[in-house]
Design a binder for this molecule. Structure first.
Ligand SMILES: NC(=O)c1ccc[n+]([C@@H]2O[C@H](COP(=O)([O-])OP(=O)(O)OC[C@H]3O[C@@H](n4cnc5c(N)ncnc54)[C@H](OP(=O)(O)O)[C@@H]3O)[C@@H](O)[C@H]2O)c1
Length: 337
């Protein structure tokens, strides 16, 4: 099977390319000329990896890359809680998907598209655990990223109704070894925490996120290619926990002291505003922004039962995942404990 992966230079995309090659597929990695390719397997005549340069906002490059492929994994996106130019979320995250769908119609080889949506596209779940039947019907979005992924999610579902063979997977908050991009939120938070720049808990622990190991997501994506039903969404999520619970698990694993103060969210939000101001002057993107704090004020808890049942999805527990990630972060010198 010849498979195109958009976003191949990213955190998830890089690991997906490795896994697809292990599963015996020929991979065409769609990257930008500016992309850092360090997350991709080394190229050699023994590795069935091909690089296609382009941009998901440039239709002709998407069409060319799709040519001759049977499957497209569309994972490219702008992943961030805030950017000075918010239009980028829509140009790339919505426009990119539209270009892939258009290319499908003009290419006669594509049999399936696996679109990487997001838990954000299902909206928050304050006080309960949601499944794939939940649609984001609210007009309120915490981040422009959430809004763009929600619009794109609906476009994917509509396309399936029109006959496009598309399956959507919705990962939770991904963590695990790999590139530390803005989407690798938990690793970035641990880097701050274990280097003494985040001296306490983040708020009072009322947040809830579904933490999912990146390699479990990758296996779920490959299963979605093999077994996913057209027009269906699959939550590729894991343990539902607060960031503070993740901190406590990390303290136990690393045998380090638990946090003893809680930093109120309004203080983190104030820091976010200052970081945004600093970014507008220097161009350095903030680690935390006010919209990200808004997301922390809500719960995003999901059930992956459907994926377990239909895709044989087997997510590991957060403790198991962190037992791998923390030593890895230590080994690469990103944290000390
Ligand atoms: N991270 C999470 O926790 C999470 C959770 C749920 C869903 N997701 C979804 O999973 C997917 C991958 O996320 P990630 O965390 O791996 O993000 P990431 O590391 O930031 O990777 C994003 C990828 O998209 C590429 N990209 C961005 N703009 C592009 C453009 N205009 N044309 C072509 N490629 C472009 C990037 O290329 P460059 O290397 O050139 O920048 C990169 O390869 C996204 O669709 C995201 O919405 C992520």
């Amino acid at each position: 099977m010849k498979v195109l992966v958009t976003g191949a230079s990213g955190y998830l995309g890089g690991r997906l390319c490795h896994a697809l090659l292990r599963h015996g597929h020929a991979v065409r990695a769609f990257v930008r000329h500016s992309s850092d390719l360090s997350s991709l397997p080394a190229r050699s005549k023994h590795v069935a990896l091909e690089i296609a340069y382009g941009d998901v906002t440039d239709y002709s490059s998407v069409l060319e890359a799709c040519s001759g492929c049977q499957v497209v994994f569309h994972a490219a996106a702008i992943v961030n809680s805030w950017l000075p130019d918010t239009s980028m979320f829509f140009t790339v995250n919505v426009g990119g998907l539209k270009n892939v769908l258009r290319a499908y119609k003009e290419t006669d080889t594509i049999e399936k598209i696996v679109y990487t949506s997001s838990f954000f596209a299902l909206s928050s779940t304050d006080g309960y655990v949601a499944d794939e039947t939940q649609m984001h019907t609210s007009k309120y979005f915490r981040t422009e990223y959430e809004k763009s992924k929600t619009i794109a999610d609906k476009i994917a579902l509509e396309a399936a109704k029109e006959g496009v063979p598309i399956v959507s997977v919705c990962p939770g908050v991904m963590y695990g070894p790999g590139k530390i991009t803005p989407g690798n939120v938990l690793a970035r938070t641990f880097v701050e925490r274990f280097n003494g720049r985040l001296p306490g808990y983040v708020g009072d622990g009322n947040d809830r996120f579904s933490f999912t190991h990146v390699d479990d997501v990758v296996e779920g994506q490959i299963s979605a290619m093999e077994k996913g039903q057209i027009g269906e969404r699959y939550l590729l999520t894991g343990d539902n926990a607060s960031f503070n619970e993740a901190f406590d698990i990390a303290s136990t694993i690393t045998n380090t002291k638990r946090c003893w103060i809680k930093i109120p969210l309004f203080m983190i939000e104030l820091y976010g505003w200052l970081s945004v101001l600093f970014c507008l002057i220097t161009g350095k993107l903030p680690l935390i922004s006010p919209p990200a704090v808004d997301a922390l004020r809500h719960q995003w808890a999901y059930s992956c039962e459907k994926a377990q049942r239909e895709l044989n999805y087997k997510p590991r527990s957060l403790t198991e995942g962190l037992e791998e990630v923390l030593p890895w972060l230590k080994k690469i010198g990103a944290v000390k404990y």
